[in-house]
Design a protein around this ligand. Sequence first.
Ligand code: KIV
Length: 286
Amino acid sequence: MSVETKLKDVTVSTFLKKKENKEKITMLTAYDCSTAKYFDDAGVDSILVGDSLGMVVLGYESTHHVTMTEMQIFTAAVARGAKRCLVVADMPFMSYHLSIEEAVKNAGELIRAGASAVKLEGATDFILSVVKRCVESGIPVVGHLGFTPQYLNVLGGYKIQGKSAENTKYILNQAKKLQEAGAFAVVLEMVPEESAKLITEKLDIPTIGIGAGRYTDGQVLVADDVLGKYSEFKPKFARRYSNLKDIISEAAKNYISDVTSAKFPDDTEVFHLSEEEHSALKEIIK
Ligand code: KIV
């Protein structure tokens, strides 16, 4: 039996080439097949199946509740919709912390689900070993530094990171270690623009910013923020390009009104019996 592995149009090399050529990398999160298809058709470089799905799709309070099974299901859905761009799947909380073997096995499960790369947070010695072993096993890795949501309780809240020269130096060192371990890109979240710019300039691998200003090699945003679907809260760094919340509410209200006033369905939206069968039916059921 021959196994065909189709490479996506956008690969790890595309990311590196874009940095070299000073072309911006575009990344959006997505969690379902149709949204992934629309983003892919629109030309985005990469889709991140972020563990932000815990909040925006599943209604959890934080990313801590997201499981490997959930990540596999949503990754597979996105991968079925995204034919061209690079699909990156987040490794969920505690799926890469217990042993290197378990971490690599879990990363492999996300690749089997359809991702082309995984993303993980932090750069402790243990995490760096995980990155190294994943890459040695053929699993491309994106790092994630600055504000790392899985460390929310340690960081003491949603706080901007790298606000001092010392802390920026610390993040830069972490980023360099991730690069050495084999990561092909690093997400910088909620870092001052000046810090992110310096980190970007000092790295060979691209930085993808979220709340990290204008000078990172690429940008990533959460789809629900971009589409205006997640209305609970809009982060300062996010830009809304649509207002799906209002569009969805309006559609639902119009539907309810049409059903309750018997305007839906109309004659174009129903199936009819033939006249012959209709007469026969009336005869049979008198
Ligand atoms: O889970 C996510 O959506 C992310 C982005 C915020 C980068 O990690």
